[in-house]
Design a protein around this ligand. Structure first.
Ligand SMILES: Nc1ncnc2c1ncn2[C@@H]1O[C@H](COP(=O)(O)OP(=O)(O)OP(=O)(O)O)[C@@H](O)[C@H]1O
Ligand SMILES: [Mg+2]
Length: 271
């Protein structure tokens, strides 16, 4: 209990110290149950804008659950119960009158396995903007090009925009999914182990891209790869059994973690 309180106070102090920076998300006393299973326990976590926040922790600790809660996707699971608050741009996303569609247009998500639509590269990117009512071909062309450029894949696909996205490599497909995400001009990008199905070179490309994208977006990335978290994130939250054990600057977490459990995890002693 003392440890838990300490963690909570650390996070609170941290949040106050950094309060001059824009906070995109603020999670307050969040609990989540899948039926009887208590998957998230008293989570308190700020997420800052134009930063990369890494979520790390062993399998089953609640990383995916947490990021799926940030865009309310987790509510699609039957029997989910949630208490506490998640403020997105200072509004509680669980408020009765909060429109989940509004949230999803502000918060994009990239999954572990690239999941392009079985359509052309062009249609994959134009799909979201079309749903939002953009019909003008010139504007759509522009959005497609800018999004593909933004995801660092334009040069590789510009001559085959009307071919099926399934014909691309896994790494290319993942960048198409990132471009699809950018096409709706999100504010936040959630990524759940976006490189775990990719080879080292594609992984590096996605990592470089994340670094580039944080200039304009706030990014939350779940990763099992400690080097990756250390390389690309500004802040790191270490989850264990549904709790945030430690949250701090990434440099601090990886050089002088405050909690023994964090140290054990990052040095590979468990998980
Ligand atoms: N749809 C579901 N129904 C019931 N329990 C679930 C569901 N999804 C996840 N859980 C449980 O919630 C806990 C957290 O799962 P979650 O998928 O968030 O973990 P994770 O940290 O993302 O793990 P991994 O690293 O393996 O992806 C686990 O105990 C898991 O079994
Ligand atoms: Mg997961």
């Amino acid at each position: 209990m003392t440890v838990m309180l300490d963690a909570k106070n650390n996070i609170k102090n941290f949040a106050e110290k950094e309060s001059n920076k824009g906070v995109v998300y603020n999670t307050k006393d969040l609990n989540l149950w899948y039926g009887e299973g208590h998957a998230l326990k008293n989570i308190n976590l700020p997420i800052y804008e134009n930063e990369v926040t890494a979520i790390i922790g062993p399998s089953g600790c609640g990383k995916s659950t947490y990021i799926k809660t940030l865009n309310r996707m987790v509510e699609l699971v039957p029997g989910v119960r949630i208490s506490g608050q998640i403020l997105y741009r200072e509004r509680n996303i669980f408020d009765k009158d909060y429109k989940v569609e509004d949230l999803r247009t502000r918060v994009g998500m990239v999954f572990q396995k690239p999941n392009p639509f079985p359509k052309s590269i062009y249609e994959n990117i134009a799909y979201g903007p079309k749903i939002h009512g953009i019909k003008n071909k010139k504007i759509l062309d522009e959005i497609v090009e800018q999004s593909l450029r933004g995801a660092a894949i334009w040069d590789e696909v510009k001559d085959r925009l009307h071919q099926n996205a399934y014909g691309l490599s896994g790494g290319q497909q993942q960048r198409i999914c990132m471009a699809r995400c950018l096409a709706i001009e999100p504010d936040v990008i959630l990524m759940d182990e976006p490189t775990s199905a990719l080879d080292p070179i594609s992984t590096l490309k996605v990592e470089e891209l994340v670094q580039e994208l944080k200039k304009n977006y706030s990014i939350i990335i779940v990763t099992h790869n400690m080097q990756q978290a250390a390389r690309i994130s500004d802040k790191t939250a270490f989850f264990l059994s549904g709790e945030v054990i430690e949250y701090a600057d990434t440099d601090k977490i990886f050089s002088t973690p405050s909690d023994k459990r964090t140290e054990d995890y990052i040095t590979g002693r468990f998980g």
